[in-house]
Design a protein around this ligand. Structure first.
Ligand SMILES: Nc1ncnc2c1ncn2[C@@H]1O[C@H](COP(=O)(O)OP(=O)(O)O)[C@@H](O)[C@H]1O
Ligand SMILES: [Mg+2]
Length: 457
């Protein structure tokens, strides 16, 4: 009994000591935080606040630097048509305009579709209040207004870049509006596109996939020697691009860098990717030569070419495509040389040179009805068709269409209209039958003789 009483007293004493120590330590901990953490410095600012102001200052300087280095770049340079200087859309034009659709959002920005009074659709980019950039800033600084201002700098940088960099594969800048509060509240008005859907693109005809890759190479060639110098896209991903009428366009430019990496020796010029590393030369002016250009090119290879180019390439173009895959996958040649290879593929494809081995008399197997169009068609599906319900493929000539029809067991006829693809090739529509024909000056129907015997002519 006495023993247990003593034990209890000792236990009680130890517990009390522990409690007292915890309180003292907590006090000390808070004291430390107060002394070294949020406590105001002599200038009345807390270190956290100081860090925020410093970041704002840095972004401001980066923007000013960019404006200075691009000041002597006339905005009519490049591909803008100097005869039709478009007037910029400003706050006045945007007042009363309603967003009609959500187009997309990322870490930094939100993009909405809006209709202007003339019925023209535009994309409006502004700060994404729910985005990762805003969230992280709020966690750190808990100051909504300053965080908005900080994130807005990214959009302001993008606007400066979009004004200076003009190319058919960069989204067109149409204007901007800064709200009266002056902090943040900036909206960029851009040409409207459709977010890039890689899955959809993978299912499209080779010609359309090649168009996307060619557009990308032309863009990278422009960026490698742009009016602002060699531009690197640091956040290079398919979601930074949109499609406008089948053409790929870059829309996210806030992570673009116009700085070339500085170096002491070659080993400083390292380009690291998850599966490959490359080293480049440190030039005598202590700059990693071609690093920006090569970073962009390898990203184009790993995010675009590997998925879009080789698959279903026309047989005669396969060696050329393979050469491009090898040279870009190993970064063996410059963007200029890569572009030459791409233009060569386009040239061969357009000229129909890849059809040299097709027997010239194949069209003899078909009866031609010029100035006619078929009605009440019996469609069959083929892949990769331009039209989901039927079989619509691009061809160089009636000869190539005849060859395709002869290779499809269901095909009894095909028609050609004056519709063409972006390369100028004809769109041919293949069918398993039709009920009758009507006159149409822009169309011709080709009936397969062997299979046409039972058809109504
Ligand atoms: N002009 C546009 N037309 C249509 N959609 C767009 C346009 N610009 C951007 N988008 C879509 O909005 C998304 C976010 O835009 P982005 O500039 O990439 O913002 P963030 O810097 O936050 O990534 C893009 O991934 C794209 O899908
Ligand atoms: Mg983006």
């Amino acid at each position: 009994m006495t023993f247990s009483k003593t034990t209890f007293s000792v236990f009680f004493f130890v517990a009390l000591l522990f409690l007292a120590l915890t309180v003292v330590l907590k006090q000390w901990h808070f004291g430390v935080r107060e002394t070294f953490g949020d406590a105001a410095a002599p200038d009345g600012l807390t270190p956290v606040r100081n860090r925020l102001l410093q970041q704002l200052e840095e972004r401001q300087q980066e923007l000013e630097q960019l404006c200075i280095s691009s000041d002597n770049v006339p905005t009519t340079l490049g591909f803008m048509d100097p005869r039709t200087p478009e007037t910029e859309i400003g706050c006045e034009e945007l007042s009363g305009v309603n967003a009609v659709d959500f187009l997309g959002s990322g870490y930094t920005k939100t993009v909405l579709k809006a209709a202007l009074p003339e019925g023209l659709f535009v994309a409006l980019k502004s700060v994404n209040h729910q985005g990762t950039d805003m969230r992280l800033c709020m966690e750190d600084f808990k100051d909504h207004q300053s965080c908005h201002e900080l994130v807005s700098f990214k959009l302001r940088k993008e606007i400066v870049l979009l004004q200076r960099l003009q190319h058919p594969n960069i989204i067109k800048f149409k204007g901007q509006c800064q709200d009266s509060a002056l902090v943040g509240g900036i909206t960029a008005v851009l040409e409207q596109g459709m977010p890039l859907q890689m899955i959809q693109l993978l299912q499209s005809p080779w010609e359309e996939r090649f168009r996307v890759c060619l557009g990308l190479v032309r863009l990278l060639q422009y960026l490698s020697s742009s009016p602002l110098g060699s531009v690197a896209l640091l956040d290079f991903q398919p979601r930074q691009f949109v499609m406008v009428s089948g053409e790929l366009k870059l829309t996210d430019l806030d992570d673009a860098s116009i700085e070339e990496a500085r170096c002491e020796e070659d080993s400083d010029c390292l380009l690291q990717f998850p599966l490959r590393n490359f080293t480049f030369r440190c030039s005598s002016s202590r700059i990693c030569e071609g690093l920006n250009e090569m970073r962009n090119l390898y990203n184009a290879y790993r995010y675009f070419f590997t998925y879009l180019l080789p698959h279903q390439a026309p047989p005669v173009l396969k060696p050329l495509v393979e050469k491009i895959m090898n040279s870009t996958g190993d970064l063996k040649q410059s963007i200029n040389k890569t572009l030459v290879d791409f233009e060569e593929v386009l040239h061969v494809y357009k000229s129909g040179l890849h059809l040299e081995n097709v027997p010239p008399l194949i069209t003899k197997d078909y009866a031609v009805l010029k100035g006619m169009r078929s009605v009440g068609n019996m469609e069959y599906r083929c892949w990769p068709s331009y039209n989901e319900q039927g079989c619509v493929l691009s061809v160089h000539s009636a000869r190539e269409a005849a060859l395709i029809c002869s290779s499809h067991p269901q095909c009894t006829s095909f028609s050609l209209s004056n519709e063409r693809t972006w390369t100028g090739r004809l769109l041919a529509s293949f069918r398993s039958g039709f009920s009758h024909l009507v006159p149409d000056v822009n169309s011709a129907v080709y009936m397969r003789r062997v299979k046409a015997s039972g058809a109504v002519l």
